[in-house]
Design a protein around this ligand. Structure first.
Ligand code: MN
Length: 422
């Protein structure tokens, strides 16, 4: 059997240079068309492959799939079959789409139904998100925020290098790319006033993150070890953890983020598999002091994924305000999941675990406006001549991510949200 990550693979489906979705990627999503109720699909080039069609035509026979597993509103039932089975489907789809495979290509009627131009589909939220956790795993981001909100000399709190700090977020308000974001109202305490005021946030921000998706249901009381952690992770999406900084600054002590974060988070619609990202493993930062044994890991557990953020004001052009890389993260996903469950907390299929804002070492690599503008002190210039301290109504934020090597680009598509009046 061929390796679906082989850089030499080509598809009979046209894939333009620079496409996020070559045959080596094959991410999973949920889509609908004018004629189709929501079903599971795979992206290739500018097309979506209808998995229900492939399944019903017998192209996925022998993989031990439950009937109807793709004819669903969410990917949960499919992912719950486990990472190996998801990988087997990806490998089989790769075979069917290979330039030298005629099984589907030569079957006109099936091919016509199975392959849908991407502009004819609407991508939907791919997961019934059971739980959402947000980590805080970029040392640069934690240092920047600690410097601004607390004390530059002690920016990192004493626990930060000993455990992957996180909090439980809100799953109900996670939306798919393309959904408008309402500017939230809340309590703000202006620095020159004694008492808080009720107001729309004046410091609306994005947070550039990636989130991993779990594909198992574990038993309460049974931790997931670092060594096993990646068996529970099926793939990743881009995650915009929208944040209201003024609400956050007033509310966050002592229990952390609440209404400053739970009004909305946006994810990209395609789940890029960890299998497709395998060639992009890289070593993370050296962890000093050494971590406790339950967080110790072997091998390369970080991933070299380039990220960028653009802001596009209403009726104007976009400006790239941030470029960074997922490889900078101090804590890796295996450590995050092991820490999350070490107390016996169970995980569920379709949970999202976001990385925390991904900031790099250089100023242009900060993953939030809070950091890019240093809490509004240094506005970011935009291509249309305007500038931003924080987001304005009508602004669209576009996040992109891709890994690239040996001429193969594993992209995530886009994670887009427009700010509208609350
Ligand atoms: Mn966050």
């Amino acid at each position: 059997m061929t390796d679906p990550n082989d850089p030499k693979l080509k598809s009979w489906v046209e894939v333009a240079p620079g496409s996020d979705f070559p045959i080596q990627n094959l991410p999973f999503g949920i889509f609908r068309t004018r004629y189709l109720a929501p079903v599971a699909g795979v992206a290739i080039g500018n097309h979506v492959v209808d998995l229900v069609c492939l399944h019903e035509h017998g192209y996925l026979d022998g993989l031990g799939l439950q009937p109807g597993v793709f004819n669903q509103r969410y990917l949960n039932s499919f992912f719950a079959m486990g990472r190996k089975k998801v990988g087997a489907v990806r490998t089989r789809v790769s075979e069917l789409l290979r330039h030298d495979n005629d099984e589907l290509r030569a079957n006109g009627p099936a091919r016509e139904i199975a392959l849908i131009p991407i502009e004819e589909v609407k991508m939907l939220l791919p997961l019934d998100i059971r739980n959402y956790t947000d980590f805080y795993s970029s040392e640069e981001h934690a240092t920047n925020v600690g410097s601004m909100f607390r004390d530059p000399k002690n920016a990192l709190l004493p626990n930060w290098k000993h455990l992957p700090v996180g909090y439980h977020g809100r799953a109900s308000s996670i939306v798919v790319s393309g959904t408008d974001i309402h500017r939230p109202n809340g309590q703000i305490k202006p620095p020159d006033q004694e008492a808080p005021v009720f107001s729309p946030t004046r410091k609306l921000d994005f947070e550039l993150e990636l989130a991993f998706v779990t594909c198992t249901d574990t038993v309460l009381g049974k931790p997931v070890s670092v060594r096993e952690a990646e068996d529970h992770i099926v793939g990743l999406v881009i995650f915009n953890d929208w944040s209201a900084r003024d609400i956050q600054q007033w509310e966050y002590v002592p229990l952390g983020p609440f209404l400053a974060k739970n009004f909305a988070s946006t994810i990209s619609p395609w789940v890029v598999t960890l299998d497709a990202l395998e060639p992009f493993r890289t070593a993370g930062p050296v962890q000093i002091p050494p971590v406790l044994p339950y967080l110790a890991f072997e091998g390369k557990r970080n991933f070299d994924i380039q990220l960028e953020v653009q802001i596009q004001p209403q009726g104007s052009v976009e400006t790239t305000v941030c470029r960074t890389n997922f490889k900078h993260m101090y804590w890796n996903m295996a450590q995050q999941l092991a820490h999350h469950t070490v107390n016996g907390c169970n995980i569920e299929t379709g949970d999202l675990y976001a990385s925390g804002t991904i900031s790099g070492p250089a100023p242009g690599s900060y993953g939030s406006l809070l950091e890019l503008t240093w809490n509004g002190q240094k506005p970011v210039p935009l291509a249309d001549g305007s500038e931003r301290k924080f987001l304005e109504d009508g602004d669209t934020v576009i996040m992109k991510a891709h890994a690239e090597r040996d001429g193969v680009r594993i992209g995530f598509g886009e994670c887009v949200g427009k700010i509208v009046k609350g």
